[in-house]
Unconditional design. Structure first.
Length: 433
């Protein structure tokens, strides 16, 4: 079951409304009960106090004077109406602020309920000596006061709830709008739509999500382009030897040396492809161990000696003792590819120097040749991988891609520079360890 954020927002708003209403109802009931208790206590206290005062001063007050005093003191008004009656049990007389002829039913202390003037009255009765004081309030006044309290409580709560709902709606809108837009943007795309998502937002979390998603799509786009370029260059690399083999096999006489060379060329290509495939899997770091580069590269240079001589070139080395953490097979393939490129693209008479040194905490490998070199614009293209400048040769494609991936796996940088003091190319690999 899927739930949209808008549904959650509506549910949260309803929850707030229900909570606010429940709070108002609970507060009203509790406040009504407390108010009733306060008013009852007040009536009881006033009745007791009045009874004691009248008992103390009863000998100096006549019935008429007492009636006038009660009507003046407890005058009916619109806000509240109190009914006060004072009975004298000695002679049966009474005085009241409201005209009535109700007799005293029972001279006891306690709560009292009476009917008068078409209204129900509630209050208390207190006796002091021969005097009995009844102090009552219209029962409907309790409800009116309760309604006033409810109005005073409800209005601020409703206003506060409305403000909270407005703030909540704005906050949810600001928070969910970027997410909703991002979801719609993603839903509208297909597997080939890998352009970055342009989603302006002030929310840090949404910005992180957008940037992470854009980074992932950029990585996928780069990988897809690399795979397409890889397939194109592999096809190009394989086309030449396969064409040669077809032509030789179609002829009347087989050139065994040509066939052998093309088969060896295909074998090298397959070996390069296997190395590149294993590099793309990214499992080499677990096999890293200390490697003495000077020893490894000295053996490799000796192996290339015969091939270099047959090509009419010279090869020498300047190797300082250097040990790094890495994978020996890959580091060996790195130098092999760099030297193979020199043999393929440089004419006879080229001088090649392999240098290895440690300086400022880094290990630097350089392969310097005095061949024709590469123009600056084309040197920048070498960093793109699978670069080819001569369709008649094997090119720099797969070998260069392998060199770049080996450097990346070892945390190194691969640079293609011009030769300082002579024509040619200087390839520098810097190992930062």
């Amino acid at each position: 079951m899927r739930i949209r954020l808008s549904h959650l927002a509506v549910l949260l708003a309803l929850t707030m409304v229900v909570t606010a209403v429940a709070g108002v109802v609970a507060t009203y009931r509790e406040a009504g009960d407390e108010l009733r208790d306060v008013l009852d206590d007040d009536l009881d206290s006033q009745a007791r106090l009045l009874a004691r005062l009248l008992e103390a001063e009863g000998s100096r007050l006549s019935g008429g004077d007492l009636t006038g005093l009660l009507r003046t003191t407890f005058r009916p008004d619109e806000e509240d109406t109190l009914w006060v009656t004072v009975y004298d049990t000695a002679d049966g007389s009474f005085a009241s602020n409201l005209a009535h002829d109700l007799p005293l039913e029972e001279p006891r202390n306690g709560q009292l309920r009476l009917k008068h003037g078409g209204h129900a009255w509630e209050g208390f009765q207190r006796r002091e000596g021969t005097l009995v004081v009844q102090l009552l309030r219209r029962a409907d006044r309790y409800g009116e006061v309760g309604e006033e309290i409810l109005e005073e409580i409800t209005l601020p709560v409703l206003v506060g709830s409305a403000v909270n709902l407005a703030l909540l709606a704005g906050l949810i809108g600001l928070s969910s709008w970027p997410i909703t837009r991002l979801a719609r943007e993603i839903e509208s795309r297909n597997a080939d739509s890998l352009a970055p998502v342009a989603l302006p937002t002030l929310a840090a979390e949404i910005a992180v999500l957008r940037d992470t998603l854009n980074g992932m799509m950029a990585s996928v786009d780069t990988a897809l382009k690399r795979e397409r370029q890889f397939a194109s260059d592999v096809a190009h690399e394989l086309r030449t030897p396969l064409t040669t083999l077809k032509l030789e096999l179609a002829g009347d006489e087989l050139d065994r040396d040509a066939l052998r060379n093309e088969v060896n060329r295909l074998a090298r290509l397959v070996e390069q492809l296997l190395i590149l495939a294993r590099l793309e899997q990214g499992r080499w770091q677990s096999a890293f161990a200390p490697v003495e580069l000077h020893t490894l590269y000295q053996r490799e240079i000796e192996r290339f000696g015969t091939r270099v001589q047959r090509a009419g070139m010279t090869l020498r080395s300047e190797l300082d003792p250097v040990t790094i953490s890495g994978e020996a097979t890959l580091l060996q393939a790195l130098l092999q590819n760099l030297l193979n490129n020199v043999l393929r693209h440089c004419p006879p008479g080229t001088s090649v120097v392999v240098r290895l040194r440690r300086a400022a905490g880094v290990a630097v490998l350089e392969v310097v040749d005095t061949g024709p070199g590469i123009p600056e614009g084309q040197r920048r293209q070498l960093h793109q991988g699978f670069t080819r400048f001569d369709s008649r040769s094997e090119g720099l494609g797969i070998g260069l891609a392998i060199c770049q991936r080996i450097a990346q796996v070892h945390g190194a940088t691969l640079e293609f520079l011009a030769n300082d003091d002579a024509p040619g190319l200087r390839v520098r690999v810097t190992f930062v360890q």
